[in-house]
Design a protein around this ligand. Structure first.
Ligand code: CUA
Length: 200
């Protein structure tokens, strides 16, 4: 009996040893961690690309200041022109030297104010709302580009570093005379005004 037991135990020990020992063409625990050279390479490239995208979002929003326009606040479109509303008397307001707020009211088919003048280097915060339908508010040669939705106040900030005329255009179809809906911003260079004797 004792001899039989010994002979039956021996194969069991051999089986467990066989699992750990590498077998040609078979699987061991190490096999599951193996990654193909190209698979590993592409995985690393994918992580690097994701890292670059993440960094570019951080840099563009915090260092360069590119931000998605947001709905700053809500306003009842029927009360846009009520006394006390900042849009009842829209226009440019100077907050501090070189810093401005510009309130714009959009309606079919015009922007109010139609024209503003700011000095070179002015930092302007735009607040725009519509009193009727959906409009667009895009300032040429800048990143200012926002939807104007009735009931919401859209806001964006821009610093005007180049003198000249900037056109504000409505880029959202708003009816028959949509294509005539525009306004102008003039960025005045004080040096040029002095040179021309203060005439503009
Ligand atoms: Cu307003 Cu198109």
């Amino acid at each position: 009996m004792s001899e039989q037991n010994t002979s039956m135990e021996e194969p069991v020990v051999e089986e467990s040893q066989a699992k750990e020992a590498p077998v040609e063409g078979g699987l061991t625990d190490d096999t599951y961690l193996h990654m193909d050279k190209y698979e590993s390479m592409w995985l690393k490239i994918a992580f690097i690309i994701m890292g670059v995208f993440f960094l570019s979002v951080i840099i563009s929003s915090f260092a360069i200041g590119i931000q998605l326009p947001g709905a700053y606040a809500r306003i009842d479109p029927t009360k846009v022109n009520d006394p006390g509303s900042p849009f009842a008397d829209p226009g440019l307001r100077e907050l501090a030297p070189g810093k401005y707020e510009a309130y714009y009211r959009a309606q079919i088919w015009q922007f109010t104010p139609r024209e503003i003048h700011v000095p070179l280097g002015a930092e302007v915060s735009f607040f725009v709302t519509s009193q009727d339908v959906q409009h667009g508010f895009k300032i040429s040669d800048t990143n200012v580009n926002v939807m104007v939705v009735p009931g919401q106040i859209s806001t964006l900030k821009h610093t005007f570093d180049k003198p000249g005329e900037y056109k504000i255009i409505c880029h959202e179809y708003c009816g028959q005379l949509h294509h005539t809906m525009f306004a102008q911003i003039f960025v005045d260079d004080p040096a040029e005004e002095v040179a021309s004797g203060g005439q503009n």
